[in-house]
Design a protein around this ligand. Structure first.
Ligand SMILES: [Zn+2]
Length: 220
């Protein structure tokens, strides 16, 4: 099971204290989604992955820490608009605010991951599920920037190739997805990544943009 504890944190921007829940333990049984979203119970712990200061609106994994540019950045119109954007569930707004800040640090991989988490938060909220595509577009662009800066998103180029194909599929960019998928298949001689890519190819050919997981491949 997931256990959490409450901890009082002093916001490093406004210096006010607020209470936040931290994950003490959780587990993950089963297989992840094709876009790496973990299975339960870790799947349901996303609300603890990002904190929002209730006083100044600063969002970060831990609001007790901030880079020196953040106090100015959280006052910008772009940040304030995102924080209260009714088109997204509030959890997605928090991730997107964190993504906004880390993008300005040029931490493109981290910023992309925060956008991907925002997409998952939208997936979980039926009235906001259309906004998940916007979050994935953002994640995709940031991951591309990270890669052009020589940074890997996951462990290596081959794993990154799979996540980029998966993002294209979930964004319904099927033609681009198919082209990239075929290219990535040719780089992978065997193993699970090749199997995932072959499954991706099938899904893309069927114009399927829904959530799928790795277990479906093992069952095939
Ligand atoms: Zn604060």
């Amino acid at each position: 099971m997931t256990t959490v504890c409450k901890e009082e944190t002093e916001c490093s921007i406004c210096n006010k204290k607020s209470s936040h829940e931290l994950i003490m333990s959780t587990n993950a049984f089963g297989s992840p989604d094709l876009d790496t979203r973990p299975p339960e119970m870790r799947r349901s712990t996303m609300i603890y992955w990002v904190q929002e200061c209730p006083y100044c609106g600063y969002c970060n994994e831990n609001i007790g820490y901030a880079n020196k540019e953040y106090p100015e950045l959280i006052k910008t119109e772009s940040y304030r608009d995102q924080l209260k954007n009714k088109d997204y569930p509030q959890l997605a707004n928090r991730f997107l605010c964190n993504s906004f800040l880390t993008e300005r640090d040029k931490s493109y991989k981290e910023s992309g991951l925060q956008s991907l988490y925002a997409a998952w938060a939208c997936d979980d909220s039926p009235e906001h599920s259309e906004m998940a595509i916007k979050c994935r577009e953002r994640a995709y662009d940031l991951f591309q920037l990270a890669k052009s800066n020589g940074e890997n998103i996951f462990n290596n180029d081959l794993e990154d190739g799979v996540i980029l194909v998966e993002l294209l599929r979930r964004m319904k960019r099927f033609d681009e997805g198919l082209e990239k998928c075929i290219k990535e298949i040719s780089k992978n001689s065997n193993g699970i990544l090749k199997k995932i890519l072959e499954y991706e190819k099938l899904l893309i050919e069927n114009k399927d943009s829904y959530c799928h997981n790795v277990r479906e491949i093992q069952l095939k």
